[in-house]
Ligand binder design. Structure first.
Ligand SMILES: *Cc1c(COP(=O)(O)O)cnc(C)c1O
Ligand SMILES: [Zn+2]
Length: 403
């Protein structure tokens, strides 16, 4: 039904081979025999969830699941008005079991690990991947090892990885260093690597596209805007829409629009300079720690997704990210972490630049939950007003214009 295939040299590998990249160094993709998959919109009437679409997922055993996916698609008219558009939606991936979209990849990836007979799972992470791997490892009953960049992981994410029982290693280096180390560790120890270089993870994440189309009545929006770190998610969502079009379920594919922070923007530079590959950044820096990545592993796939779909890529400053985070939280009641808010910040900038047209229907993917990074929230919000325990003091404070 499916096999692994190198996106560079087209070499094929059997689906049960434990391999993450081609011998030529190229990234792998899961390729299906679509002539054997018969699925119509009518078959897809069950409630939303990742496993609703299992006909398009590359695993056969009982899934390791905590009911991931099925996240809300909110229409956000106040934000739309504020950025200058008519129809904007937010796909809030922070509503997954561990608070980020990584769960979609991990439910498939950890299920695959069991199917392949692997006994330990491992990843490098800016935080959310480690939280998700710790949780799904616990659910599967197998050990998880996670490598994190020391001092650069939001506290909520670290707390999850620790509480769910992963072996947590804090690396004196950045994410890119941690990824190099964990790849060596997996090769030498036979641990199963669950970073987004593993194509099975991206298969789980492509269900974001299935759900968006599903929630819009089997239509694709004109544009998807999302943060780009390691560039796996933009690749996965593009693939999901391409599959739906291939199967005749939708008839167009949205313009894939990737947003990066100014201090970590190799994909944006490659798009703007029309280069075939990215140039890695040595010292990526941004408040949005989930996209603080200088050498995105899936960059080649992401550049293709952006170019083939007629999309684009843009940078935003940390100040713009924080402003968008406040706006989404206070105007719409949607709490997201900084990386996620970059989608809204990027959309605003692209409308201002005239790149996004006024009548486009846009879906912003908010990738992680506000509570992941409460230290940052406390740093950028006003302090609570401390008062005496009297009704006079309460009234005075309620009607004061402080805060
Ligand atoms: C992982 C992550 C991203 C980046 O996704 P990539 O697939 O690495 O591009 C963005 N936002 C949040 C909250 C994440 O956890
Ligand atoms: Zn190859």
């Amino acid at each position: 039904m499916y096999h692994l295939e190198c996106i560079e040299c087209r070499r094929k590998y059997r689906a049960n081979e434990v391999i993450y990249t081609c011998t030529c160094g190229g990234l792998l993709d899961i390729v299906y025999d679509y002539s054997k998959i018969h699925i119509t919109a009518n078959d897809l009437k069950a409630p939303l969830s990742v496993w609703k679409y299992r006909a398009l997922l590359p695993v056969s055993r009982e899934p390791v699941s905590l009911k991931e996916g099925g996240t809300p698609l909110y229409r956000v008219d106040r934000v739309a008005e504020s950025v200058g558009l008519k129809k904007v939606y937010v796909k809030h991936e922070g509503m997954n079991p561990t608070g980020s979209f990584k769960d979609r990849g991990m439910t498939v990836g950890v299920t695959k690990a069991l199917e392949l007979g692997m006994r330990t799972v491992a990843c490098a992470s800016t935080g959310n991947t480690s939280a998700s791997l710790a949780v799904y490892g616990a659910r599967a009953g197998i050990p998880a090892v996670v490598l994190l960049p020391s001092g650069k992981v939001a506290l909520g994410k670290l707390a999850q990885a620790l509480m769910h029982g992963a072996k947590v290693l804090s690396i004196k280096g950045n994410f890119d260093d941690a990824l190099k180390l964990v790849r060596d560790l997996c090769d030498s120890e036979g641990f199963y690597l669950l970073n987004s270089v593993n194509p099975y993870r991206l298969e789980g994440q492509k269900t974001i596209a299935f759900e968006i189309a599903d929630q819009l009545g089997w239509q694709a929006p004109d544009r998807i805007v999302l943060p780009v770190g390691n560039a796996g998610n933009i690749t996965a969502i593009y693939k999901g829409f391409m599959e739906l079009r291939h199967l005749g379920i939708i008839d167009s594919v949205p313009k894939m629009t990737g947003i990066q922070a100014e201090g970590a923007s190799p994909v944006v530079r490659a798009i703007k300079n029309n280069e075939p590959a990215i140039t890695p950044e040595e010292k990526p820096e941004t408040v949005a720690t989930a996209i603080r990545i200088g050498n995105p592993v899936n960059a080649i796939k992401a550049l293709t997704a952006i170019r083939e779909s007629g999309g684009t890529a843009e940078t935003v400053s940390d100040a713009e990210i924080i402003q968008a985070q406040h706006e989404l939280a206070s105007l719409e009641g949607i709490g997201v972490e900084p990386a996620s808010a970059s989608s809204i910040a990027g959309l605003r900038k692209l409308v201002r630049m005239g790149v996004v047209e006024k009548d486009e229907t846009v879906v912003c993917v908010t990738t992680g939950h506000l509570l992941k990074d409460s230290e940052h929230v406390l740093a950028v919000c006003p302090k609570p007003i401390e008062i005496d325990a009297t009704i006079e003091a309460v009234k005075k404070a309620v009607f004061s214009d402080k805060q």
